[in-house]
Every structure is written in structure tokens, then in C-alpha cells.
Design a binder for this molecule. Structure first.
Ligand code: GLU
Length: 439
């Protein structure tokens, strides 16, 4: 099997939406010329980060920041740490960010960053040094009105804190060269360059769980339109920040989460897992196997082990790929038994798998809609920092609920108008908004 290039997949998705939009009666000028601009990133930054390791040797890490499009506002998107990070992956992810921010109707464009590394192989000190090195290396290319990074796979608020710190050091030095000292207010505005920060560093309430909660809101909006009711079951691939939180919110909403997995494999518990207990057990053991936690107990007799591959083929109502790209491909899409797929990872379904699922009548709620809750609360954080405000969790979640309901409604309506699948509909909604903003 040849490796699937996520950027090629992203461009196929764009092409499909482009064709639908052109065939529609929408009054847009210079569509072809503008779409051609959307096939290439506006800027790609390639950085190298020399790090002294704990044993005294030096290692040089490679990283990227891709700024795809800023027609609707500053570039926006996370920074990923993974051993499989590549330029084409970061390009795809940054393109999807531009589409995602447009679907959620945020005044932001799309960007993404990544470093090729396996965080499990680094000590806390090494992780801090590489993160600070990256923050310093991209400092000239980011800013509150230019490019606003955030966490992604294997990064979090602590890492954002190190990067903000490095970024501020560079800005203070620049100001000093002009004989200026930055005021507290200047520095506060500059911290809005990063979102997904810890609350003590200016982060927003609700940001950590926003992607998961947003996913639930989108799912509820689509289930209502699909008229899918009753007691539903779900399987979640991925148990990181997004996978865990979506499992937690599905469970709280009365959806029985019967299977979850992480990179090492997964578990199946017919009664439905208790996400919080399962996470606790996983932290203690280091893996999910044996963490058959349901109700208020973990019991070895209650469940069984499943592989990541077989989890995707379980007879559940809702399948939630919440790990990495290319989980559903032409090899396994025909074996999916779920009634609906909720994409919480970025790019988990290849275009070939999309076609197979569509023919099988399985709606796929696309990533750029279902996981847009994270960047939506990032946009709230950015706004709060700029205005010097701190909203309550209730305020944040109410605003998030409204944004997600509006986005899901717009995508559903576009799928009806253009008689197309939800992904193409989401791309059409995003494309129309981006093309309108482009000169
Ligand atoms: N990494 C998240 C995503 O892929 C969030 C990005 C952000 O908050 O800027 O949507």
C-alpha cells in the first residue's frame, strides 16, 4: 500500500467543491483564478532547532509553519509534535484550518505548524528546550494580527506558555532596539499571538474541552436533521485531548461509548465505558488494555481488547475517528457499520473512502465542521486577550453552542441546496466565504 498524501486528498476535496460552486447560481467573480490561489500556501517557513539533550549531545530538530491563506483574517492553527510530521501534512492541515475558520465564520485564515519529533522520547527539559527553540525560530513570522498558533496533537497549554515567553523576549528585544519599553498593555495584546494557553497565562475558560464539546453540539444538530433518535452507541478512535473529551461529552449526553482506543490499541465494554475512570486507569497503567471501567468500577470481566483497525468496523451508531489522518481508507471503508461518522481528527477519511461511505448511505460529518469548536474557543481567547476580558465558562459555552449550531445549519442547508455530501457542502460554504473575501 502506498502512503496517502494528505495534501493531495485536501486538493481533491477542494476540486469537488469548486466544481459544485461553479455549477451553482452563486454570483462570484473570478472563481477559477481565486481557487488557483487556494491551491498553494502563501508562505512556508522551514526551521531547524538545535537542542542540547540531557546527555550533553546535540540534536537538530526540523519544524515548519505554513501560512496558507489570510483572506478572512490572520493565519490561525495549531502546532503538532509527531514523528510523522511532514511538510505536505502541515500544508494540508493549514489549508483545512482556512476552510474550518470560514465554516465556523471566524475572522481568521488558516495556518499550521509542526515539529518532527516523538514527545515520548524526550524528557520534560528537552521538550521545553525544543519548544522554546521553535517559539524563537518562528517569532518573526507570527503576531496577534499576523499568525496565531495554538495546540494540536501532542502539544498543550504548558508548551504554549514556553512559546509565548520566547516570543515576548524577541519582541522586547526588538522594541529595545528602537529605544522603546513594552507596557503591560502591549505585552497583554502580544500574548494573544498564541491561544490554548493555560488560564493563568491568559487562556480561555473552556478551551481545553472545546473541540470535544463543539463536536457534541455539531453531532446533535446533524442527528436532529437525520432524524436519528433513541439510545445510541459510539466508538471513539483516539484518547488524547479530543478523543477523551468527545467521549466524555457523548457519555454525558446519554450516548453509550462502547469502545475507545489510543495508539497502542483499544477496549470494548458493551455496557459503555466511564471516560473519567478509564482515563485514570490508563494513566496508572500506561495503556488502555484492561481498563474496562463502566459505572463506578473497573472490572477485568466487563470488557475485551480491540485493535485500532477493528474498532472502526464495530456495529455502533456513531463512529468517531479522533486520532490522525487516513484512518478510513479504500481498504476499510466498506467494512464500516456505523450509521454516521463524526470526524474529530483532521483528515481521517480519504477521498476514496468518502465515496465508498457515500454510496453506502453513511453520512460523514466533516472535520472542518465537527472539530471546529477548538479553534472557535481559540478565537474567543484571542478576542478576550485583545479586549482585556475574561469570560466565564458559561458565557464561553453558550457562545460556542450558538456558533456550532449556526455552522452545522449552514452546512446542512448547503448539502440540501447543492444535493451533495456534507463534506462538499462544508467546503462550498467555506469556499464561498473565502472567495468573497479575496480580491
Ligand atoms: N489544532 C486545532 C485544530 O486543528 C485548534 C487550532 C486552533 O485553536 O487554532 O483545529
Amino acid at each position: 500500500m502506498t502512503a496517502i498524501n494528505p495534501f493531495e486528498s485536501a486538493m481533491k476535496q477542494l476540486e469537488k467543491a469548486h466544481t459544485v460552486l461553479k455549477a451553482s447560481k452563486k454570483k462570484l467573480t473570478n472563481i477559477d483564478r481565486k481557487v488557483a490561489v487556494l491551491r498553494v500556501p502563501q508562505r512556508q517557513v522551514n526551521v531547524t532547532i538545535p537542542v542540547v539533550m540531557d546527555d550533553g549531545t546535540q540534536k537538530i530538530f526540523e519544524g515548519y509553519r505554513v501560512q496558507f491563506n489570510n483572506a478572512r483574517g490572520p493565519y490561525k492553527g495549531g502546532i503538532r509534535y509527531h514523528h510523522n510530521v511532514s511538510l505536505d501534512e502541515v500544508k494540508a492541515l493549514s489549508f483545512w484550518m482556512a476552510m474550518k475558520c470560514a465554516v465556523a465564520d471566524l475572522p481568521l485564515g488558516g495556518g499550521k505548524g509542526g515539529i518532527i519529533l516523538d514527545p515520548k522520547m524526550l524528557s520534560q527539559g528537552e521538550l521545553e528546550r525544543v519548544s522554546r527553540g521553535y517559539g524563537n525560530a518562528i517569532a518573526d513570522f507570527i503576531g496577534p494580527d499576523l499568525d496565531v498558533p495554538a495546540p494540536d496533537v501532542n502539544t498543550n497549554g504548558v508548551i504554549m506558555g514556553w512559546m509565548v515567553d520566547e516570543f515576548l523576549k524577541v519582541q522586547r528585544k526588538k522594541a529595545k532596539a528602537f529605544g522603546v519599553t513594552l507596557s503591560k498593555k502591549d505585552e497583554r495584546k502580544l500574548t494573544s499571538t498564541f491561544t490554548g494557553k493555560a488560564i493563568k497565562d491568559g487562556g480561555s475558560e473552556g478551551r481545553e474541552e472545546a473541540t470535544g464539546l463543539g463536536g457534541l453540539f455539531v453531532l446533535q444538530a446533524i442527528l436532529k436533521r437525520l432524524k436519528l433518535k433513541g439510545t445510541l452507541t459510539a466508538a471513539v478512535q483516539g484518547f488524547g485531548n479530543v478523543g477523551y473529551n468527545v467521549a466524555k461529552f457523548l457519555d454525558e449526553a446519554g450516548i453509550r461509548v462502547v469502545a475507545v482506543s489510543d495508539s497502542k490499541g483499544g477496549i470494548y465494554v458493551a455496557e459503555g465505558i466511564n471516560p473519567a475512570l478509564t482515563l485514570e486507569c490508563k494513566k496508572k497503567n500506561g495503556y488502555l488494555a484492561g481498563c474496562y471501567c463502566s459505572g463506578s468500577v473497573c472490572d477485568l470481566k466487563k470488557g475485551k481488547q480491540v485493535t485500532n483497525e477493528s474498532l472502526l468496523e464495530l456495529p455502533v451508531d456513531i463512529l468517531v475517528p479522533a486520532a490522525l489522518e487516513n484512518a478510513l481508507t479504500r481498504e476499510n471503508a466498506a467494512k464500516v457499520k456505523a450509521k454516521v461518522v463524526l470526524e474529530m481528527a483532521n483528515g481521517p477519511t480519504t477521498p476514496e473512502a468518502d465515496t465508498i461511505l457515500y454510496k453506502k448511505g453513511i453520512p460523514v460529518i466533516p472535520d472542518i465542521l465537527s472539530n471546529s469548536g477548538g479553534v472557535t474557543v481559540s478565537a474567543f481567547e484571542w478576542e478576550q486577550n485583545r479586549k482585556g476580558q475574561h469570560w466565564t465558562k458559561t458565557q464561553v459555552n453558550q457562545k460556542l453552542a450558538k456558533k456550532m449550531a449556526d455552522a452545522a445549519g449552514a452546512v446542512w442547508d448547503a448539502s440540501v441546496t447543492h444535493k451533495t455530501d456534507l463534506r462538499t457542502a462544508a467546503f462550498v460554504v467555506a469556499l464561498e466565504r473565502i472567495l468573497t473575501a479575496m480580491k
